[in-house]
Design a protein around this ligand. Structure first.
Ligand code: HEM
Length: 356
């Protein structure tokens, strides 16, 4: 597979109108009855469709993502961070399990105003569904993904039936209003959008929090980097240095010429965001973690029409969580090198043992 490795190349591929995420009709297999629910959800997923449907659905999904709704999440993020730190085990423990994983999972369920006890189920449904995008997927992975897709859909159908009408300012109510107004075309499209937002809303943040803890724990200038004047830059540098989603693909819909390369219809092109974020042409000495370097926008949240819809929530979370964690746990120490998972799309942390 051809891959774009520089910032300019990834930017050009991801913004090109003749390339997209939706598989061309002749590459869609209809011999997958054991994946009925999963495929139905995918067909309606914002992440797997192209304009004009993508434009309509993205606009509907953006409605609850205004500045005020995101800012209103700040107290929830602080409270959840404090509550998790209060329950840290004594001695050596895996901060991925006790902090980086539950935190964004709880925050995204609060954003939707779903009960907190759904967070652990969300984590497991999401993990089983996301496994479908890993290399070496097999029949048993597919069956687990289908079971998770069915359980997740059934759960949400129940929530929506009980709520009947939008009840407030939460994100689920915003999507329900969009369904009422016709911007979301069907109940299936609504459920698919909710599932995408709940899954995407925590998966990448889990690993960014873990990478950031690892990068900052032993940094000699940590106090300065976490100061309110520098925290936004520090978060951007964490994202640039260790983008949790390091690769996405695009299908070529028509023969095109991009930056001296010919691509033919039907071909797939990879965008190596992990590499683009380490492009020395933009960040001199790019393999050095340096939050005080001049800030330039990086591709950790992607670009083009599929650019991350939840970036503002992810940034808010990181900007609150990191200073709070290190101010409450100033002696936090990494006691073993982090274990990095063998994953295809994710630059994921598997275990991060610490002492506080
Ligand atoms: C550090 C955290 C995050 C990172 C690094 C990240 C990264 C990305 C990237 C790279 C894409 C583009 C994929 C592509 O172009 O193929 C994307 C898309 C998306 N992200 Fe995120 N994301 C994060 C957090 C979130 C959160 C918190 C939410 C929701 C609350 C979210 C929702 C989405 C959605 C819905 C899309 C698809 C948008 C579309 O297709 O129009 N993400 N994300």
């Amino acid at each position: 597979m051809a891959v774009a490795t520089t910032h300019v190349a990834c930017n050009s591929v991801m913004k090109h109108p003749k390339l997209g995420r939706m598989p061309p009709a002749n590459q869609v297999s209809d011999n997958q009855t054991h994946l009925k629910t999963f495929k139905r959800l995918e067909t309606h997923s914002l992440l797997e469709i192209e304009p004009p449907d993508h434009t309509r659905l993205r606009r509907a999904a953006m409605r609850g993502f205004d500045r005020n709704s995101i800012a209103a999440m700040a107290p929830h993020v602080s409270r959840t961070t404090d509550a998790l730190i209060d329950r840290f085990p004594s001695g050596c423990f895996d901060i991925l399990e006790h902090f980086a994983t539950p935190l964004p999972t709880i925050v995204i369920t609060q954003f939707f105003n779903l009960p907190n006890d759904v967070a652990p189920r969300l984590k497991s449904w999401s993990a089983d569904m996301v496994a479908m995008y890993e290399a070496g997927r097999n029949y048993s992975v597919e069956l687990k993904a289908e079971t998770a897709a069915e359980a997740f859909s059934t759960y949400l159908t129940g929530v929506l039936d009980r709520r009947k009408t939008p009840i407030g300012d939460d994100y689920l109510s915003s999507l329900m209003r969009a369904e009422k107004d016709g911007d979301i075309a069907s109940r299936e499209e609504l459920i698919s959008t909710v599932i995408l937002m709940l899954n995407a809303g925590h998966e990448a943040s889990v690993h960014t929090i873990a990478h950031a803890i690892n990068l900052l724990a032993h940094h000699p200038e940590r106090a300065r980097l976490l100061h309110p004047t520098n925290i936004a830059n520090t978060v951007e540098e964490c994202l640039r240095f260790a983008p949790p989603l390091h690769m996405f693909n695009r299908y070529v819909y028509e023969n095109v010429h991009i930056l001296d390369n010919e691509f033919t219809a039907g071909q797939t092109v990879g965008c190596l965001l992990g590499s683009a974020c380490h492009d020395d042409a933009l960040w001199p000495d790019a393999d050095r973690f340096d939050p005080l370097r001049a800030r330039r926008s990086n591709l950790a949240f992607g670009t083009g029409i599929h650019a991350c819809l939840g970036a503002s929530l992810a940034r808010l979370e990181l900007q609150i969580v990191l200073p709070l964690l290190f101010s409450r746990c100033p002696n936090l120490k990494i006691v073993e090198p982090p274990e990095i998972a063998n994953r295809y799309h994710f630059h994921a942390v598997q275990r991060l043992m610490v002492e506080t």
